[in-house]
Design a protein around this ligand. Sequence first.
Ligand code: ADP
Ligand code: MG
Length: 403
Amino acid sequence: MDYLSPQLAMPPVISLDDINKQAEIAAGMMSSIRSTMLMPRAAKKEPVFGADELSDLCGLSGRGAVAHYIKERPDLPSGMLTTTGRKRHFGLSEARVWVREFQKEKLRPEGAEAITITVANFKGGTTKTTTSMTLAQGLSIQGHKVLVIDTDPQGSLTTLFGILPDLEVEEEETILPLVDGSQHSVRPMIRKTYWDGLDLVPACSGLFAAEFMLPSLQQSNPEFEFWSVLDMGIDDVRGEYDVIIIDSPPALSYLTINSLFAANGLIIPLPPETLDFASLSQFWQLFSQLTGSLLQKRGSDKVFEFQNVLLSKVSKSVTTDVVRQWISQTYGAKVLPLEIPRTATTSLKSAEFGTVYDATPDDLKDRTYKRAREAYDQFVEHIERQIATAWRRQVTQQMKAAA
Ligand code: ADP
Ligand code: MG
């Protein structure tokens, strides 16, 4: 074929105008399928707990412990009898009242404030968002009050709450007002969610503007610290939450830097795959350059209570075994002693728009589900222990300062 033949039809080039039109068509499609997209999520409900489950959560022993306390303690919520009248179910908010009553020693002590945990990794698809959501849900089931902040303009975490970022979230409802200085606290941006004990600061694509605003503000004012905007914005609410969890974008962006510097603890989910492992090594180099250029040079300091690598989406293969070895040699004690298995989550009814903690009673019969659920329970327990240690340090420091 003669490629230069003038008879040959040539497809038209794509103009910027065409891109505008494409954007309009896509937005039109989104709003027309909105109800379909929302449907399964509009039905998103808090989980319910049976008496045995509640008993486990409260650390009560012996069968009938819950029934015993329902008689003895009329101040505790008594749940609902099922239609047969034989079994009792407790809603999440009821279960949380029980857990807070019976697990008092695990709650945030007087004088301590929220521990902020950032879930980060520059690579996409390493389960940052899933990890943020499951940790938040898991900790709230243990009785803690949790705030999650979505700092990814793609708003995947916001979507997991059943909220469509670009249709139901305005820029002013994200952390963007902290960036442009029109707000100094996240408080006005906090919203309640379908999940008791779990509040959200959502994200939407307009939040991406932060990537231009922050460097420009820094340029015009050398005193400005672009990396501490989020950290200062959460100061106002630290006394009202037990844990604050920040989900971050899959890139070394200005928003990611803010998320890292706002953290007391860092969790890095890492699938044991070669490319993910290599990418994480770059993460540490860039992170170390950042702390050097932004903090150490100015004589500032920053400490973390913990930094954990979480093996996620782990499947059985020879590569997995090899990479797991590299990870353990490189990150040593930072690696959490548990693994989140790769699960065909789509086989579960509820998992499509949620996490293992959004399970339906049907899911509980599934063995794959049970394995994933147990792994996440262990994960939550490990993080909860580190949170307790961080609280202890806060209280001790306060006592020293007072003495
Ligand atoms: P990130 O926020 O790092 O980009 P996500 O949490 O969005 O990652 O997860 C990426 C994809 O992996 C999603 O489609 C998610 O449903 C899926 N995923 C999360 N956890 C698992 C798991 N344990 N097994 C299999 N797939 C998972
Ligand atoms: Mg994400």
